[in-house]
Write a protein that binds this ligand. Structure first.
Ligand code: ADE
Length: 252
């Protein structure tokens, strides 16, 4: 469990800063910002373009469809905000490019990112970004899944949301991230709340029994079964205890 960071700062580089207005204001992320557990700088790449028209894209060398994000405004934006120069070598924090070509986001990768007190996220746009941004500016590339979006803004928000849950105090219940789906390699067990009977559907008896040992066993069993049914690939990656195998066998 990586809980060394007590607050986090994100710097987001984007051509569409307005895409962040709503999401950063609401719910858990909004509250984390209000409470100073999380801070976010949203930087308009266009503000760092040097020409009169603040152009940030250009045609691809060699021809082909679509436009390419130019290197200058992205380098200048990142270097100014991070108060660093690419010529100096290692940046002061990870600089992550949002791209479908990156490593796929998983809960493990989220927890790895949450170890850093500061993260810079670069939102790609257009057909692609100039390769020199990849080679000489960013330190990592992340994809949120095998599909292509119109830009990196939603992926950046997804990373920010998932990572901020790991900052102590952001979630009401300190242990929640440990019980999340994927935290232990399994999908989470079902949840129920009141009323005990809704229409004809009742809450499983065991959850109302007050027997914490039985409840924990039932939850573990449900978690194992769900994972077996929905994500057998996950089950192959973890080692089951003898008790786990018994819980699975009891149901199949
Ligand atoms: N930009 C466009 N598609 C993306 C994806 N799947 N992940 C991250 N950034 C993207």
């Amino acid at each position: 469990m990586n809980r060394c960071v007590t607050a986090m700062h994100f710097d987001i580089f984007t051509l569409f800063p307005e895409a962040f207005d709503g999401p950063l204001r609401c719910s858990i992320v909004g509250r984390a910002i209000d409470r100073g557990l999380l801070s976010v700088g949203v930087h308009n790449i266009r503000d760092y373009a040097s020409d009169r028209h603040r152009v940030c894209d250009d045609y691809p060398y060699g021809g082909g469809a679509g436009m390419v994000l130019k290197p200058e405004p992205v380098f200048v934006a990142a270097e100014s905000v991070l108060n660093w120069s690419a010529a100096d070598g290692e940046p002061p924090c990870p600089i992550v490019l949002m791209t479908p070509q990156g490593r796929t986001l998983t809960q493990n990768l989220v927890s790895e990112l949450a170890e850093s007190p500061r993260l810079a996220l670069v939102c790609g746009h257009y057909e692609g970004v100039d390769e020199r941004i990849r080679e000489h500016l960013v330190t990592d590339e992340i994809s949120i899944g095998d599909y292509v979006l119109t830009g990196g803004e939603l992926p950046a928000l997804i990373i920010l949301d998932a990572v901020s849950r790991w900052i102590p105090g952001v979630l009401g219940d300190e242990d929640s991230v440990q019980e999340d789906s994927f935290a232990n390699g399994l999908i989470e067990h079902p949840h129920y709340t009141r009323p005990v009977a809704y229409r004809d559907w009742t809450v499983p008896e065991v959850l109302r029994s007050g027997d914490h040992g039985e409840i924990a066993r039932w939850r573990r069993q449900q978690s194992l079964l769900r994972t077996q049914q929905r994500r057998p690939d996950l089950l192959e990656r973890i080692s089951l205890t003898r008790e786990d195998t018994k819980l699975l066998d009891a149901q199949t």
